[in-house]
Design a protein around this ligand. Structure first.
Ligand SMILES: Cc1ncc(COP(=O)(O)O)c(C=O)c1O
Length: 382
């Protein structure tokens, strides 16, 4: 049974991403909405370009990324659909995005001025596509509601000068994974107010969007024209225990061959700091992955992996390159397959199990996996 795993790898099921995007599009379409698939941060660890391709295959009309660099990478790889980016720092190369027909996001009059300057430097005089983000209560990016009329006025002036078209107005939820949280209704009201200000100033954005995955699934009133879904497209439930079962399938499996197995005697202590001591004789296996590959150090002594049809506990601390699992009375062999987490259908731990064990969220678990891990993609027909 040993030879099937070649090396430590992240296996990404692109068909699962396609099906998940299809499920989400079907969910929101009765409300006249569609899905922007969020592929920032290397597609939440799944690979940005491949996740983007799967999303487009599934009909996603929009992709979303944080930075201009991410948007440029997508364009350079051949993606030519609608694409929004939304996180900038002073001095960013707005022209690179605008020249590639990326919709950029402005949070402030200062950013609109920088965009105006960038458009002026471009040889082509097609208006840029700009979206405006309003802060409705997350208190992160976006214009405050106080400054919103100024941002809207500057945006309208740019339209009048043919510098850009305002293609969207949007905001972002703080608590959408807690559907009863009063912030959701408050943010939605603030968003409607901001839209009314934009409308009164003469802006006619083609897309208005507020919801992330949890909002899209749990709050139909927040669907507007688009929902920006990240985590759900990768098959992870944005509000575990709260969302209805939509049939989403986790797309990521992290796996490695056992590097070594050995017998430990009772009283032997394991890994740095000797934080676990074998209460009796046991077998252990060495997994050749560590925090250098994104395995959280917090998983020491609390997470499980899957070896030979059973969950096995991690023993001792996670090191930079390796960690130890307890195989009990079942001596596995070097080369046997270890699954850290996967879809869970065979009993293996899920990213959500790892998140709970480590006191974090599955977003962080999947996004951080990398380091020396290689990615392998599976999809029907390839
Ligand atoms: C602005 C914005 N929109 C949408 C998303 C997607 O959120 P989720 O992965 O919860 O669907 C993110 C991700 O953090 C985001 O930053």
């Amino acid at each position: 049974m040993s030879a099937e795993v070649r090396r430590p790898e992240i296996v990404v099921d692109l068909d699962a991403i396609r099906r998940n995007v299809g499920i989400l599009r079907g969910l929101v379409s009765p409300d006249g909405s569609d899905v922007m698939v969020v592929v920032k941060a290397d597609g939440y660890g799944h690979g940005m370009l491949e996740a983007a391709r799967a999303a487009r295959d599934a009909g996603a009309p929009w992709l979303g990324v944080a930075t201009i660099d991410e948007a440029v990478r997508l364009r350079d790889a051949g993606d030519d659909g609608r694409l929004l980016c939304w996180l900038n720092v002073p001095g960013d190369d707005w022209a690179a995005a605008i020249a590639r027909d990326v919709d950029v996001t402005a949070y402030s009059v200062a950013e609109l001025e920088a965009i105006r300057a960038a458009v002026g430097d471009l040889p082509r005089r097609t208006p840029a596509r700009v979206q405006l983000k309003v802060d409705t209560g997350l208190s992160r990016g976006g214009s405050t509601q106080d400054l919103w009329p100024d941002v809207v006025a500057a945006a309208r002036a740019g339209e009048a000068d043919d510098v850009w078209r305002v293609t969207g107005v949007w905001s972002h939820f703080a608590c959408s994974d807690e559907p009863e949280h009063p912030a959701n209704a408050a943010q939605e009201r603030a968003f409607l107010d901001a839209l009314a200000v934009a409308e009164a100033a003469g802006l006619r954005p083609e897309v208005r969007h507020l919801a992330n995955s949890a909002g899209a699934i749990l709050r139909p009133s927040s669907r507007f024209d688009l929902v920006r879904c990240g985590i759900a497209c990768y098959g992870l439930d944005p509000a575990p225990g709260v969302s209805p079962d939509l049939g989403l399938e986790p797309a990521m499996t992290v796996t490695a061959p056992l590097a070594l197995t050995k017998r430990l005697h009772a009283g032997a202590s394991v890994s740095y700091g000797h934080t676990w001591t074998a209460p009796g004789d046991t077998h252990v296996g060495l997994v050749p992955l560590g925090y250098g590959d994104g395995v959280p150090r917090h998983a020491g002594n609390v997470a499980d992996v899957w070896v030979d049809g059973k969950r096995r506990p991690v023993r001792g601390r996670i090191c930079m390159d390796q960690f130890v699992v307890d195989l009990g009375d079942d001596p596995a062999e070097p080369g046997d397959r270890v699954v850290l987490f996967g879809p869970g259908g065979s009993g293996e731990p899920t990213a959500d199990d790892w998140a709970r064990a480590c006191g974090t969220i599955h977003y962080e678990i999947v996004t951080r996996m990398g380091g020396r891990l290689t990615r392998r993609y599976t999809e029907a027909g390839r």
